[in-house]
Write a protein of this length. Sequence first.
Length: 138
Amino acid sequence: MIILDSSFLVAYHNTRDVHHDAAVGAMEGLVAGEWGRSLLLEYVVLEVATVLLARRGLDTAFRVSTALLEAKELDFVPCSDIFLETLETFRLQGDRGWSFTDAAIVTVARTAEDAAHIATFDGGFRGVEGISVVPASG
């Protein structure tokens, strides 16, 4: 299983992002099923839309959000049912600097039955027990 983080998706969809090439390479592995099923959290869609609105405009933000929600390779994860557990993960994070969305990603990853990977360029996920970061060099 691989959970997609906003930093990964923004880099993939923004050719001006410093991590764009690495995101494209990792996306090829994702689409090929290298890490198993791919999860897209509701909160991540919100972040991606907001960041792309600021960096690339409304048309791009809407187009990318719609494409993500329609992607057959991704399983959409509504976040209402994990809200309270995410709040607890957020509270207990220590000095990691996670956003609430990051805490939701960790919450889902920790409850995974199979290996948990996170597609991200956010260094705050590195060193979390039981979670590996993709791309590893990001």
